[in-house]
Design a protein around this ligand. Sequence first.
Ligand code: ZN
Length: 196
Amino acid sequence: MEKEKILELFRSTGALQQGHFRLTSGLHSPEYFQCARVLQYPQYNEILCGEIFRHFHDWRVELVVAPAIGGIMVGQEVARQLRCRGVFAERESNEMSLRRGFEVKPGERVLVCEDVVTTGGSVLEVVNLVKERGGTVVGVASIVDRSKEPINFGAEFFPLLRMEVPVYQPDDCPLCRENIPIVKPGSRKVSDQQKA
Ligand SMILES: [Zn+2]
């Protein structure tokens, strides 16, 4: 799938927005990306995860594991297309763990799926969790890779799209200098609630 077609899907669903944003980190950016906004359409999730399916379909994947929450929709759809089990890992006392009776069987071939990889921290935790249970991580897949440096997951990493996001320190932001009003993504809803 061409990069431009993926970006068009992101833009048309509001997953990718242009403007002047204050990110959760406090940094400013001309772009805001929320992957869930494109994945909420099952037909688009099917198309995007279809790329992951095509890449890994003959790797004999037996289990897909995704870090909650972002990875769940991706993991489930990839597992559906691969016709294998799909589970998710979630934080319990700050540690990624498999709950709900989810299992990794010894020797099982596992694909780890995430929506957006930024530092790769959650994915690495899931990779280690799978290995500790005797599973074999055959690959890692994500819709978007926003990492600054290449990450070594100890297995092939297949992101659909690499997206570099420009960020600025608040006191050194060209958008601030142009007096462009800044938006905190999602903040409108909060103020609506406060009014009510
Ligand atoms: Zn700014």
